[in-house]
Design a protein around this ligand. Structure first.
Ligand code: ADP
Ligand code: NI
Length: 220
């Protein structure tokens, strides 16, 4: 089916209900609210960049449903996302476009890829914008807490330039996560709109870490 605009609204609304159910017991920074913020930002970027807003919003809503940390058994074939789309009558070509976007968005250290479509670029930028700034700071500490990791350990320096395997197996502190991932994201944005938003969020995050380390060291 090539969806009409009323079908699009229904499918987007079904996708919101679908992820709300899947992420019900998630408090690791990877919950339904992350998905909704990502979808809102991604559709804003899609409008600003002239991308296909429906494909972008749907891919953003489904981007974490087969995430390897939440659903390792479906991470390879994206079966939760594609069963949802089949169940909503979407045609094969749109399903494969959306699955292509989802596969290209994840952060994998130095193995991260730049999506080849503007739609993929919008979703990747939106997902990464939600990892930085005030919300990004909160997510990093929520994630660390959910994995029983220390907030900070001055004895353990950050590991820079990790590849995908190293990044996935890393058990770093929340503060190290800023150096290992969050401070790198500003320069990895694809679209002009996201670069502008990232600049402000990155500055806020750097001020926060500055203050955190000074307080930790008893200097302020
Ligand atoms: P996504 O798939 O949404 O891009 P991730 O799955 O990599 O994000 O991580 C979910 C959230 O948890 C993000 O905000 C991320 O910055 C944070 N996070 C991931 N790994 C760590 C870590 N080692 N320490 C602290 N926060 C982390
Ligand atoms: Ni995400």
């Amino acid at each position: 089916m090539k969806p009409e605009s009323s079908d699009k609204e229904r499918i987007i609304s079904n996708a919101r209900v679908f992820v709300t159910g899947l992420f019900r017991d998630e408090y690791s920074g990877h919950d339904a609210s992350h998905t909704f913020r990502t979808a809102a930002l991604a559709s804003r970027l899609a409008r600003e960049e002239g991308a296909d807003e429906f494909a972008v919003t749907l891919a953003a809503l489904l981007h974490d449903v087969d995430d390897v940390k939440l659903s390792p058994e479906t991470a390879e074939d994206l079966s939760r996302a594609s069963e949802f789309m089949h169940g909503n009558g979407l045609d094969e070509s749109l399903i494969s476009t959306v699955c292509g976007i989802i596969r290209s968005v994840g952060f994998k250290g130095s193995d991260s890829v730049v999506p080849d479509s503007i739609e993929g670029k919008c979703v990747q930028d939106a997902d990464r914008l939600d990892a930085i700034g005030a919300v990004g700071i909160a997510r990093a500490f929520a994630y660390g807490g959910s994995r029983a990791r220390p907030m900070h350990d001055p004895e353990t320096p950050p590991r820079l330039n990790m590849n995908e395997a190293e990044y996935r197996s890393s058990r770093s502190t929340s503060v190290n996560h800023f150096y290992e991932k969050l401070f790198l994201l500003k320069d990895m944005m694809n679209t002009a709109s996201a670069k502008r938003i990232a600049e402000a969020r990155d500055g806020f995050m750097r001020d926060f870490i500055d203050e955190f380390l000074a307080e930790w060291a008893g200097e302020r």
